[in-house]
Design a protein around this ligand. Structure first.
Ligand SMILES: O=C(O)CCC(=O)C(=O)O
Length: 261
């Protein structure tokens, strides 16, 4: 992390973290994905994770992936990005410093699958907005998209429109284009183990996968520590108790306080 990262993140809205996870963790994550029950219905559960595909074409997607197996727990505060997400989304220097994990998703996409374009700085919700003021980053959501397989041309790379997190205008073709055809958009090619760090305010999506085989990614979304889960998932108490103190606090900054306790 340094001045150049800050400059490029502010300019483009994303950074690429090469070799973010080592071969051992990558193999263990892929072994978990191999073991996902592929016949699971939408809404069905695998351990603490639920199948919740974003759309009919986005692929097989397990939400609460963090609870889908021990290797996913290692991603919560992974040293390759933990300081970066705290720096960009953690309300640095304020009285509520720190990050919270809002969503965790494991996504498996086959030929024909894609994720439509969304976000962009124009009228973005505060929850996901890009912010920099008084010398401090104030992003509402910063995502880590970790590639578990190589993602090159035809593999359905994530598409970003660099700089669009600060757009004053909506992209006139975003609603009618496939991600890969959008003027101003660029594919982000990743090797397995690389991660894309980006503000959710960036106009982005996933290009159509044309190649055979699977595109596998894990997405962890971080926000300021006072945020709460988009879908209202809560964690199993016993499972939470088995995590390190730091990981538990990133997933659930405050335990619930019930009347009379
Ligand atoms: O699937 C992708 O590459 C993009 C994912 C995405 O757009 C998102 O998670 O917000």
């Amino acid at each position: 992390m340094g001045e150049l990262d800050d400059f490029l993140f502010d300019l483009r809205g994303y950074l690429i973290l090469r070799d973010a996870v080592d071969a051992s963790l990558l193999a263990r994550l892929n072994a978990e994905v191999d073991a996902f029950p592929r016949q699971l219905e939408r809404g069905g559960w695998h351990r603490g994770a639920q199948r919740r595909d974003y759309t009919g074409e986005s692929g097989y997607e397990l939400h609460q992936a963090v609870a889908a197996g021990p290797p996913f727990e290692e991603l919560i505060d992974h040293p390759s990005w933990y300081d970066l997400v705290r720096h960009y989304a953690g309300e640095e220097g304020s009285y509520v410093e720190g990050v919270f994990v809002d969503e965790t998703i494991a996504s498996v996409r086959h030929s024909g699958g894609r994720h439509g374009l969304h976000s962009g700085g124009h009228r973005s919700a505060l929850r996901t907005a890009y912010g920099y003021s008084h010398g401090v980053f104030r992003c509402g959501m910063v995502n880590i998209l970790l590639a578990l397989t190589d993602i090159g041309p035809g593999d359905g790379p994530t598409i970003v429109v660099p700089g669009s997190h600060k757009s004053n205008l909506p992209h006139p073709m975003a609603a009618s284009s496939h991600p890969e055809d959008l003027p101003g958009a660029e594919p982000v090619h990743l090797g397995k183990g690389d991660a894309l760090l980006f503000t959710d305010a960036l106009l982005h999506g996933g290009a159509t996968r044309n190649n055979p085989g699977e595109r596998r990614v894990v997405i962890y979304r971080y926000g300021p520590v006072w945020g709460s889960s988009r879908y209202g998932y809560v964690y199993d108490e016993e499972w939470l108790a088995g995590l390190t103190e730091r990981r538990r606090r990133i997933l659930r900054p405050q335990p619930p306080v019930r009347p009379g306790t």
